[in-house]
Design a protein around this ligand. Sequence first.
Ligand SMILES: Cc1cc2nc3c(=O)[nH]c(=O)nc-3n(C[C@H](O)[C@H](O)[C@H](O)COP(=O)(O)OP(=O)(O)OC[C@H]3O[C@@H](n4cnc5c(N)ncnc54)[C@H](O)[C@@H]3O)c2cc1C
Length: 408
Amino acid sequence: MKNTDVLVLGGGASGMMAAITAARIGSDVTIVEHNDILGKKILSTGNGKCNFTNKVMDRCFYRGSNPSFTDYALSVFGVDKTLKFFKELGIIPKEKNGYYYPYSEQASSVAQALREEIRALRIHVYFDEVKDINNEEGFVIKLSKQEVKAKKLIIATGLLAGRKTGCDGSAFQYIEKFGHKMVDVVPALVQLKATDSFLKSVAGIRADVALRLYVDEKEVFADKGESLFLADGLSGIVTFQSSRYVSYALKENKKVCVSLDLFKEATEDEIYADFKERIKNINAERDIESFLIGLIPDKLIPVITDRARVRGKSAVTLKDAEIKLVIRVIKDFKIKITGTRDFADAQVCAGGVALGEIDEKTMESKLVKNLFFAGEVMDIDGMCGGYNLQWAWSSGYLAGLNAGKIDA
Ligand SMILES: Cc1cc2nc3c(=O)[nH]c(=O)nc-3n(C[C@H](O)[C@H](O)[C@H](O)COP(=O)(O)OP(=O)(O)OC[C@H]3O[C@@H](n4cnc5c(N)ncnc54)[C@H](O)[C@@H]3O)c2cc1C
């Protein structure tokens, strides 16, 4: 049986950070990863460019049952320390609108730099399946080919997002065996599904919108950004940001609807005044559809005029009430949401190990001594913008630092 000080289960972003941190302070560290490479998920982050942190960092970018759980980790290992850590590994940051990427704009550079550091620190890596874990005077981790005994165990296995990258929930059984509760795990940062028939005709259209999300007719989320219409739903950053709330609401069989403001730059009164002014000056033959060109993406126009029941009418003949209804539809374009795409398409999951059972200053379990957690496996999910990887780096650092402390 091999002995090690710290065994890190899961060789993703947080696991690699934890392993490097523990090894740098002198611990003998072993990683067990069931993929055949470390950091597979990192390769697909940020559309292959890896948005690894953000200039603006605050708990308000985190969700979960207690976002303030992130405060300490972010204060100890926040954006500056992250940029410094990666610069020392050769990753020069490039900033775009506050989002940080490696200068190469290749996610593979980030994964490669971490792997090189793991090699340089002589961290042992087993690419193997875990068959069982027992905790008897240390953790005994049974792999398919050997057993490893570890004084400390860090679970950094992620949840179920991006399943092709190795997050299959196979470690949940051990988390539960240690007595930890898991908050329901649902897809977050994922596309929304809808069945409205108009969607097929507008698939591929992007619109800069203000989105409001209603659950049982109560507004629960609002944000602005790009939305992308799909034949079977909605994508785009603003949609992704809303998706964790959709997942939980639909799990509880609640009614979910999004309202898109398709012209967020002006109020209804301002648009009305502008319409009236323009209508005065236009050719009487011009129908309402051609009148809306330039304001709304063209394929959406007939959907709007259908909803306002003015399809094909001449713009100058529209009654005030009809003009106001067109504007209402533009400002409050409702789509009933029937689901989200699956875990395979999700960038992250919401839910995970209940935070009340973990010490936020050390990432150590409050139930099992010498057991630690890092990354997405905990009940914290970040918004788009580098917040999830930052959580992986910050929590991985704390877990590695505290697990790696050599006992006196
Ligand atoms: C397509 C996509 C794009 C994304 N883009 C961004 C982005 O640009 N910016 C951002 O901040 N976040 C992004 N994310 C989210 C981010 O990648 C994750 O939040 C982050 O990787 C989580 O780190 P982690 O270490 O907790 O888990 P992971 O990186 O998922 O690593 C967990 C590791 O554990 C391994 N594992 C699981 N179970 C076992 C087991 N039983 N035994 C052994 N090994 C196991 C897995 O194979 C995996 O390698 C993106 C995610 C996806 C899917």
